[in-house]
Design a protein around this ligand. Sequence first.
Ligand SMILES: [Zn+2]
Length: 71
Amino acid sequence: MIKIILVLAALIVVYILYHEIVKKFHFKCPNCGHSFKAKEYQLMFTVHASTKHYIKCPKCKKRAFMEQIRD
Ligand SMILES: [Zn+2]
C-alpha cells in the first residue's frame, strides 16, 4: 500500500513539473513551422534531452526533437 502511495505521489510531482513547462513554454515544429502548446502527458511519456523533447506535431503529425520556447 505504501508503495502505491509513493508511486502516485511521484507521478503527481512529475505532473506538476511538466504542468509548469506546459504553462510557460511552447514548441515549434521544425518540419512545418507550426507553434503549439504540448500536453502534460505528451511530455511525461516522451524522450527528452535537456530542453529538447521528442514530440509529435499536431498539424503535420510528424515526430521530431523540438526545443521548448518561452511564451
Ligand atoms: Zn509540423
